[in-house]
Design a protein around this ligand. Structure first.
Ligand code: NDP
Ligand code: HSE
Length: 439
């Protein structure tokens, strides 16, 4: 059988990795797919750079629409990124009856519903293993490997840049800004690292996992998103003294009244495996009723690790493209007419434990007032730590009070924090970090 012909849109970091892996392992891949898979046409704005990557093995053009219009191309890979031209090209490829592979989590988290509906109508597949946790086959695991289970929750380190920054802050005792500069120098963080450090990239990925785990539409606009820009080195140290590490987690959890979908810095017990995932690595923990807890670990980014997932999608499509569309694995794991309308809960209704740090005047009765405010709202204290800090310029003696609470509803904690913040003896903005036991 003749090889299936593939068109590649965007041959940057992931695109060049995809081209190279596919060529290097072409014989193994052919034996697995039952047919050769060849990238025969590549579109990139920088045609000279693209030509240097592909040599004479593929035709290079500057206009992506030329690739889509080529009737010999059966699969289009979109590796441009973003919601703009990438969305238009994906929709055009689907309309032209091409199967699509993409690593574009931003596009799917925001426009997934529209894209999957268009693909269903045309009977084509949209595959996106690389969109979540790069080289880790977590989409395959959630959609197929765990299909017997009722998934209860997922918690993942799904952004390598921020995990690298947090690891360095802990190891070197540095503040966020200093480590960000280092991450940029090493090429981990981009010149504009906003999506990474503000938690947006992780929220795109958590949104996609949430849809697949619970059979709901992708709803990025309902996700609660907090990044790591406000984290202080002091909190990483205090957390460690209490037996915890701080990780930026993407969390989605099924509850009786709805689904939690959130990204925020989180205290995790140091003894958990996921707390020990360091540097730019990713890890996803899944709790499901039959299998229990499973953990998926690996590289969440990079040229060839991400290409590994892109090529896996190419193999899947090559094996399945002649199958009846109704017999393929549904995009979001559940049959499209079986998607649930379960609401995503607002953050005020989320239940977690909390780490609080209050800088207070070191006076009699201060602690009693603070614990009183928590008690009035039924918020139970789990642990408490008091650490003196240096006196200020006026010689006022201050102390850091660190409180770990048991689980409570976020809305109730908001009220307590507002009331504590208003006390004249609370001298700085209260730091609040959510805590998850993940057991
Ligand atoms: P790059 O910026 O390295 O590559 C994108 C390429 O697309 C560039 O060569 C760019 O050219 C080209 N391009 C831009 N506009 C067009 C256009 N209109 N037509 C054709 N080509 C165009 O991005 P990455 O490879 O890093 O990322 C690609 C996708 O993969 C993104 O969606 C990203 O989120 C996702 N992803 C990336 C990972 C990674 O490790 N990098 C990991 C997981 C997912 P030029 O440079 O000239 O603008
Ligand atoms: N910017 C992302 C990260 C790349 O740091 O994990 C992979 O999506």
């Amino acid at each position: 059988m003749k090889p299936i012909q593939v068109g590649l849109l965007g041959i940057g970091t992931v695109g060049s990795g995809t081209f190279n892996v596919l060529r290097r392992n072409q014989e193994e891949i052919r034996r697995r797919a039952g047919r050769g898979i060849e990238i025969t046409m590549v579109a990139d704005l920088d045609t000279a750079r693209a030509q240097a990557v592909v040599g004479d093995h593929a035709k290079v053009v500057s206009d992506a629409r030329e690739v889509i219009a080529n009737p010999d191309i059966g699969i289009v890979i979109e590796l441009i990124g973003g919601y703009g031209v990438a969305k238009a090209l994906v929709m055009e490829a689907i309309a032209a009856g091409k199967h699509v592979v993409t690593a574009n989590k931003a596009l799917l988290a925001v426009h997934g519903t529209e894209i999957f509906a268009a693909a269903r109508e045309k009977g084509v597949m949209v595959a996106f293993e690389a969109a979540v946790a790069g080289g880790i086959p977590i989409i395959k695991a959630l959609r197929e490997g765990l299909t017997a289970n009722r998934i209860e929750w997922i918690a993942g380190i799904i952004n390598g840049t921020t995990n690298f920054i947090l690891s360095e802050m802990r190891a070197k005792g540095l503040d966020f800004a200093a480590v960000l500069k280092e991450a940029q120098r090493l090429g981990y963080a981009e010149a504009d690292p906003t999506f990474d450090i503000e938690g947006i990239d992780a929220a795109h990925k958590a949104t996609i996992m949430s849809a697949i785990a619970f059979g709901i539409p992708v709803q990025f606009d309902r996700a609660h998103v907090e990044g790591i820009t406000g984290l202080h080195a002091a909190d990483i140290v205090y957390a460690e003294q209490l037996g915890y590490r701080i990780k930026l987690l993407g969390i989605t959890r099924r509850r009786d009244d709805g689904i939690e979908l959130r990204v925020h810095p989180t205290l995790v017990p140091s003894k958990r495996l996921i707390a020990n995932v360091e540097g730019a690595m990713n890890a996803v923990l899944v709790q499901a009723d039959a299998v229990g807890t499973t953990l998926y670990y690996g590289k969440g980014a990079g040229s060839e690790p991400t290409a590994s997932a892109v090529v896996a999608d190419l193999v899947d499509i090559t094996r399945l493209h002649t199958a009846d569309p109704n017999h393929r694995v549904p995009h979001l794991a559940f049959q499209p007419d079986e998607l649930a309308t379960t609401p995503i809960l607002p953050i005020e209704l989320v239940r977690t434990s909390f780490y609080l740090r209050l800088q207070v005047a070191d006076q009699a009765g201060v602690l009693a007032r603070i614990t009183g405010i928590l008690a009035e709202r039924g918020i139970s204290i789990d642990a408490l730590l008091q650490r003196p800090t240096d006196p200020d310029a006026h010689g006022t003696t201050k102390t850091d009070v660190i409180i770990m609470t048991h689980e409570t509803v976020e809305g109730r904690m908001n009220e307590a924090i507002a009331q504590m913040q208003a006390l004249p003896t609370v001298l700085a903005p209260i730091v609040r970090i959510r805590k998850e036991e993940l057991n």
